[in-house]
Design a protein around this ligand. Structure first.
Ligand SMILES: NC(=O)c1ccc[n+]([C@@H]2O[C@H](COP(=O)([O-])OP(=O)(O)OC[C@H]3O[C@@H](n4cnc5c(N)ncnc54)[C@H](OP(=O)(O)O)[C@@H]3O)[C@@H](O)[C@H]2O)c1
Length: 255
């Protein structure tokens, strides 16, 4: 893996499929040097063969004991990171029709979506601090904008991620590191392909990555898209009775 003097460096987690994979292609097309992480190479395998600016760095974000090793691996490739896009994530839905829903799911989902984000920041912070002006990007979700059914675990993990990033934005300013929280709407990926409910304004992962990449150039605090979904969720947040009536099944009537 070679590096030209001014080539920008980015670390992308959750890069083996979906949004992370599409983002990897975007950054490569723009001439960046990309370090891509996930537990497995997945769709990256073919891309690695054709792109000398791409390296795979295996990382299970839920395993805090891997943090030092992953930082060492990254440091073998580069002495700094211009950008880190912390995108790895998972989604599971709680089933309240059961008397004993699978509450362990809260732990599983938080381990990846929240503590996985914390572990990833732990990996990359020293390398971002060495960049002239680092950019830390986390992927939350539009799900945090209004309540969604069965999203107790997913929504809570993404809301925690959003707050974590907003607080980091304050604390990392003295280090010249900008922090962006991305809030995508519905994107067609393996994560959503198992959904059985309607997904308004669904877009392809390549389209989502294109919008994210373009938006990140100006380093916004947050970027929620598509706007049509943001508007719908704004209404849901401000008119909660209407939102509840629309989403919740009718109460059980006892005979
Ligand atoms: N799709 C949507 O509509 C949507 C909407 C809003 C937000 N998002 C968020 O966007 C991000 C990407 O999701 P996606 O839709 O592109 O889903 P995806 O295609 O399922 O991709 C998830 C990625 O995360 C990786 N990952 C999962 N668990 C991991 C772990 N423990 N350690 C390291 N990597 C892990 C997966 O790779 P391995 O399995 O190989 O590890 C994969 O590369 C997620 O944070 C998701 O919550 C998605």
């Amino acid at each position: 893996m070679s590096q030209s003097a001014k080539q920008q460096t980015v670390w992308i987690t959750g890069a083996s499929s979906g949004i992370g994979f599409s983002l990897t292609k975007q950054y490569l097309d723009a001439g960046w040097r990309v370090f891509a992480s996930a537990r497995s190479q997945g769709e990256l395998t073919a891309l690695i063969e054709t792109h000398h600016n791409l390296a795979f760095v295996p990382f299970d974000v839920a395993q805090s004991q891997q943090v030092e090793k992953v930082r060492e691996l990254l440091s073998e490739f580069t002495d700094h990171l211009d950008c880190a896009v912390l995108n790895a994530g998972t989604c599971e839905y709680l089933d309240m029709t059961e008397d004993h829903p699978d509450w362990n799911m809260m732990d599983r989902v938080m381990s990846v979506n929240f503590f996985g984000l914390v572990n990833s920041v732990d990996v990359c912070l020293p390398l971002l601090k060495k960049a002239p002006r680092g950019h830390l990007v986390g992927v939350s979700s539009q799900a945090v904008q209004a309540a969604f059914p069965q999203a107790e675990a997913y929504g809570a993990s993404k809301a925690a991620a959003r707050y974590f990033l907003s607080s980091l934005r304050v604390d990392l300013k003295p280090f010249n590191i900008d922090v962006t929280c991305l809030l995508p709407g519905f994107v067609d990926t393996p994560l959503t392909q198992k959904n059985t409910f309607p997904m308004p304004f669904l877009m392809s992962s390549d389209e989502a990555a294109k919008r994210m990449f373009r938006a990140l150039a100006s380093r916004p605090y947050e970027f929620a898209f598509p706007k049509r979904l943001s508007t719908m969720l704004w209404a849901g947040r401000h008119f909660p009775k209407w939102w509840l009536g629309m989403l919740a099944p009718k109460e059980n009537t006892k005979d």
